[in-house]
Design a protein around this ligand. Structure first.
Ligand SMILES: *Cc1c(COP(=O)(O)O)cnc(C)c1O
Length: 472
């Protein structure tokens, strides 16, 4: 038996098939508006199983074309505004190809991808207004970034002994505005702080109420707890709201607490034009920021970043290199700093290249325009909603999120039912994708616009489609 190579038997055939596939993929991207989400047909679901017939395997390209590529999640479509899902960009295609060919392990050592990652981190630190000492690490997304940032906060609070000895009897407490993303709770659970030690501070006028925050901190201190972490939100999941980061930074400084900002999508108003840019004023005072590129910087999944004001504090929470990972002065194992010292992952791919390619191809200003446009489109949607007397907004959009009910004349329960039905019907018909969220007692239609393909016409069509379904 001849030994089988894992490289193609026939490189010319591979080349030609790959070219065909690339052409097809680019065409799909170019015609994203013709390709809404669709259900994976039941008979096809089983076909994903590994080890299909010989004939099937021989024709993998046809399978990709007919059975895989059509069943995307829909978020590439211009009328997709569900949850907070990025659209992706053409530069992802070429960036992913280059990343695959290089197959860089960005845990450390001396190679190009690490310089690229540092360059993107450096750019992001400057955009966020962080000082020279700041550093960070690319991660899967804000969920992971949050865990890592909180780990650094905990080392600051309890000293580096906590890494070996655990938290012991100390009761750490954390504070965030009601409506904070679940990622904060999960991170506190993972770190053993416990989500029961997260205090949810009420909002007033859409921002964390500072008086309430201060009395909660005082109460917890009096009860023997150690308040260690204040979490601000830049762009809340439900309504796209922003805390006042200057107020939070003042409290954090006075109380010797770590200020973390969940800026998963909302941190990017830093690039927007006014009045949106100033929503994130004061973000530069954070001890750490968690943010995503795969949402409002439009790059493909997955790509998030954990930034810490003093990179040494992130390193103090994670560095741990056994001898086999020792850095050297020269050769492959040189090239400090190594990213494995700044987070959970040892082996990690080149997540920065999609951002690097996008910025180098399109320029920063293109993002300023797209982000600003998304905010204006949320307001445009609100304007359309106001034209329908039966509809009602949850509130005027602050940033890129517009939430409304299709018929405010109904009972609260009937409104929820109607809104959910409309969302599902629009999704299934391929007309548009809203998600729903509960505002007070009503489950409402919600559009979080992080979509560079959306135009005003798309917004108007979608609101009209809601009105048509509501009157049915
Ligand atoms: C999406 C989101 C998260 C979680 O980020 P992932 O990238 O999905 O891990 C956290 N906070 C907010 C406000 C978000 O929108």
């Amino acid at each position: 038996m001849t030994e089988q190579s894992l490289d193609p038997k026939d490189w010319e055939r591979f080349r030609s098939e790959a070219h065909d596939l690339l052409d097809h993929c680019i065409e799909l991207m170019q015609r994203a508006d013709e390709r809404p989400w669709q259900h994976v047909p039941e008979d096809l679901q089983a076909q994903y199983a590994i080890g299909q017939t010989e004939a099937k395997q021989a024709d993998l390209m046809t399978r990709l074309r007919d059975e895989v590529l059509p069943y995307h999640a829909g978020n590439t479509h211009p009328k997709y505004w569900g949850w907070v899902q990025g659209t992706g960009m053409a530069t992802d295609v070429t960036a992913s190809m280059v990343a695959a060919v290089m197959n860089s392990n960005c845990g450390g050592r001396n190679h190009g991808a690490n310089y690229m990652e540092r360059a993107v981190i450096d750019w992001t630190c400057r955009k966020m207004g962080l000082p020279e000492t700041a550093f960070g690490v690319f991660v899967t997304g804000t969920s992971q970034a949050t865990v890592q940032a909180f780990a650094a906060a905990r080392v600051r609070a309890l000293g580096s002994d906590v890494r070996a000895g655990g938290q012991g009897e100390v009761r750490l407490t954390a504070y965030a505005a009601a409506g904070v993303h679940n990622a904060t709770k999960k991170a506190l659970e993972l770190l053993g702080v416990g989500s029961a030690n997260l205090r949810l501070v009420p909002l007033s006028e859409g921002k964390m109420n500072i008086d309430a925050l201060q009395s909660m901190i005082a109460e917890d201190r009096a009860g023997g707890a150690q308040p260690f972490l204040l979490v601000g939100t830049a762009g809340s999941v439900d309504l796209g709201l922003y805390d006042n980061f200057h107020h939070l930074a003042d409290v954090a400084a006075a109380e010797s607490m770590w200020l973390h900002i969940d800026g998963a999508f909302g941190a990017w108003t830093r690039l927007a034009e006014e009045p949106y840019r100033s929503l994130s004023d004061g973000i530069e005072r954070a001890d750490s920021i968690a943010l995503d590129f795969h949402k409002w910087m439009y790059v493909g999944y997955d790509s998030g970043l954990c930034l810490v004001r003093d990179g040494a504090e992130l390193r103090a929470a994670f560095t741990a290199r056994p001898v086999y990972l020792d850095g050297k002065e020269r050769g492959v194992a040189s090239g400090e700093p190594w990213f494995c010292d700044y987070g959970i992952d040892l082996s990690r791919g080149n997540r920065a290249i999609k951002v690097w390619m996008a910025l180098e191809t399109l320029g920063e200003d293109a993002f300023t325009q797209a982000i600003t446009r998304n905010c204006r489109l949320a307001s445009r949607m609100a304007e359309e909603v106001r034209k329908h007397p039966e509809m009602a907004l949850a509130q005027d959009p602050v940033s890129n999120v517009c939430v409304f009910t299709a018929d405010a004349s109904l009972s609260l329960e009937d409104q929820s039912e109607l809104n959910v039905r409309i969302a599902v019907e629009l999704q299934e018909s391929g007309e548009a994708v809203f998600s729903t969220t509960k505002v007070g007692e009503v489950e409402m239609l919600r559009a979080a616009i992080v979509n560079h393909r959306t135009t005003e016409a798309h917004i108007c069509e979608a609101v009209q489609a809601v009105a048509d379904l509501a009157s049915k």
